[in-house]
Write a protein that binds this ligand. Structure first.
Ligand SMILES: Nc1ncnc2c1ncn2[C@@H]1O[C@H](COP(=O)(O)OP(=O)(O)OP(=O)(O)O)[C@@H](O)[C@H]1O
Ligand SMILES: [Mg+2]
Length: 395
C-alpha cells in the first residue's frame, strides 16, 4: 500500500533529520528539499500529500516558495505547514497570506506537529484520493482511440503511462487492446512468450492475484496486459467478449481496484469489443492529427459518441504532432470540428521513431526532451482533473 507522502523543505540538516525520523516512524513516505527552489520543483514533480515548509532558506524563502507552489496549482491544493522561527503574529499572517494552511513555531514538539499533520490531511481529504490509502485507488479507465491508423495512438498511450508512473507516482497499467496487431511488445522490447489478454479473458476464476500474475512489469514501473501473440489468438478474445460481456467488465473492475490509471491502446474499428470498452471507460481520448481524412473520421467518431449518449466531457480530443506543418492549423481543425481540441502533443519525428526502434520509450530515456515534456503536460492535466473528479465523487 503506498504511503502518504510528506515533503520537507528545510535547509537545516538537523531539522531535516528530526523530521525525517519522526515522519517515517509514523509511516509516512518522506521527501526532502534543502532550499525553496528545490521545494517548488519537488512539489510539482512528486505531488506530495503535504508540505512542511521552513521560512528562512537560501534560494527562495518559505513565503515565496509557498506562493510559487500555489500559483502553479490548478485543481488539487496541497496542504502546507510553515515551520516558522518565531511566534510573531506578523510572521504567521505573512505565511497564511502566502498560501500556508497552518504553522508551527520552532523548536516544536514532534507530537504536536504529527497531530497537526493528521488534522490537516483529514481536512484536505488528500488521503482519500491517494493511491493505496485505505485500499483505494483512483481507479480510472482511460481509452486511447485512434481516429486513423498511424496517428501516434500507441506512442501517446505508452508515454503517458510512463509519465503517470514515474513522474506522478501513480500506479498505472496499460492494456494493449489492439487485438490483432498490438505493438506494445515492439515498443517496449518484450518477447512473444509472455502472458496476454487471452489468458486474462478466458480464466474462469480471475481475481486480483491471478491478474497480477498475467501482467508484465516494464522496467519503467508500468504493468502491461499484452495483446494476443498472433492475430488468430485475437479471435478467442473477441469470441469470449461476445458470449459473455460480463467477463470483460469483471476484468476491468479488477484493474480499477489495482491501479490509479488503466490506459487502453485500442484499434480503430468500431465493433462490439470496442463498443463495450467505450461504455466502460471514464474518458475516451480520441487521438488525431491535423489532416483532412483524420478530421473527417473524428467528426464521424464524435457523432457516434453522441448517439451513444455519452456526455461531452467523456470524449476528449488529443491532437498529435500539433506543430507539424499540414496546412491545417489548430484553429482550422477546431472550426472544422465545431469544438475545441483538448490536448496537443508536439511533432518530433526523430525522437518518436528512434525511441520506437530502440525499444525504449522517450518518456523513460529522455524525460526532459520537448516531446516528453509535451506528453508530461498531458499526463499532469489528466491527473489533476482525475483527482478533482474522484474527490467530488467521494465527497
Ligand atoms: N508526436 C509525434 N511526433 C512525431 N512522430 C510521432 C509522434 N507520435 C508518433 N509518431 C510516429 O508516428 C508513427 C506512428 O506511431 P504509433 O505507432 O504510435 O501510431 P498508432 O496510431 O498507434 O499506429 P497504428 O495504427 O499502427 O497502431 C511512429 O513512427 C511514431 O514514431
Ligand atoms: Mg498502435
Amino acid at each position: 500500500m503506498a504511503a502518504t507522502r510528506v515533503l520537507v523543505v528545510d535547509d537545516d540538516l538537523n531539522i531535516q533529520r528530526v523530521l525525517v525520523f519522526a515522519l517515517k516512524q509514523e509511516g509516512y513516505e518522506v521527501l526532502v528539499a534543502s532550499n525553496g527552489a528545490a521545494g517548488v520543483q519537488m512539489a510539482a514533480e512528486a505531488r506530495p500529500d503535504l508540505i512542511l515548509m521552513d521560512v528562512a532558506m537560501p534560494r527562495l524563502d518559505g513565503y515565496l516558495a509557498t506562493q510559487q507552489i500555489r500559483a502553479a496549482e490548478k485543481g488539487r491544493r496541497v496542504p502546507i505547514i510553515m515551520l516558522s522561527a518565531e511566534a510573531s503574529v506578523e510572521q504567521r499572517v505573512k505565511g497564511l497570506r502566502a498560501g500556508a494552511d497552518d504553522d508551527i513555531v520552532k523548536p516544536f514538539n514532534p507530537l504536536e506537529l504529527m497531530a497537526r499533520i493528521k488534522a490537516l490531511l483529514a481536512r484536505s481529504g488528500a488521503a482519500l484520493a491517494k493511491p493505496g490509502a485505505d485500499a483505494t485507488t483512483l481507479g480510472r479507465l482511460c481509452l486511447f482511440y485512434p481516429a486513423k491508423g498511424g496517428v501516434g495512438n500507441t506512442t501517446i498511450a505508452i508515454n503517458a503511462a510512463i509519465a503517470l508512473t514515474t513522474l506522478l507516482k501513480r500506479r498505472t497499467a496499460l492494456i494493449d487492446a489492439n487485438l490483432q496487431f498490438g505493438d506494445m511488445r515492439v515498443f517496449l522490447d518484450l518477447g512473444l512468450d509472455t502472458a496476454s489478454i487471452v489468458q486474462a479473458i478466458t480464466e474462469p476464476d480471475l481475481d486480483m492475484d491471478l491478474l497480477r500474475k498475467l501482467l508484465v512489469r516494464h522496467h519503467s514501473g508500468i504493468d502491461l496486459l499484452l495483446a494476443p501473440p498472433t492475430p488468430a489468438a485475437a479471435d478467442i478474445v473477441v469470441e469470449k467478449q461476445r458470449q459473455t460481456p460480463a467477463t470483460m467488465s469483471d476484468m476491468l473492475g479488477l484493474f480499477r481496484r489495482l491501479f490509479d490509471y488503466t490506459l487502453v491502446d485500442m484499434s480503430k474499428t468500431i465493433d462490439d469489443f470496442n463498443l463495450q470498452l467505450f461504455d466502460e471507460a471514464d474518458i475516451i481520448f480520441v487521438v488525431m492529427t491535423a489532416d483532412l481524412s483524420c478530421l473527417k473520421n473524428v467528426r464521424l467518431v464524435l457523432e457516434t459518441m453522441d448517439s451513444l449518449g455519452y456526455e461531452k466531457a467523456k470524449v476528449q480530443l488529443v491532437l498529435n504532432r500539433s506543430t507539424a506543418y499540414t496546412g491545417i492549423n489548430v484553429a482550422n481543425a477546431e472550426s472544422a470540428l465545431g469544438r475545441k481540441v483538448d490536448y496537443q502533443v508536439i511533432n518530433e519525428y526523430r525522437g518518436a521513431i528512434s525511441a520506437l526502434n530502440s525499444g525504449e520509450p522517450f518518456m523513460f530515456s529522455r524525460p526532459d526532451a520537448p516531446l516528453s515534456k509535451s506528453v508530461t503536460e498531458f499526463a499532469r492535466i489528466l491527473d489533476r482533473q482525475t483527482v478533482e473528479a474522484v474527490q467530488l465523487a467521494r465527497a
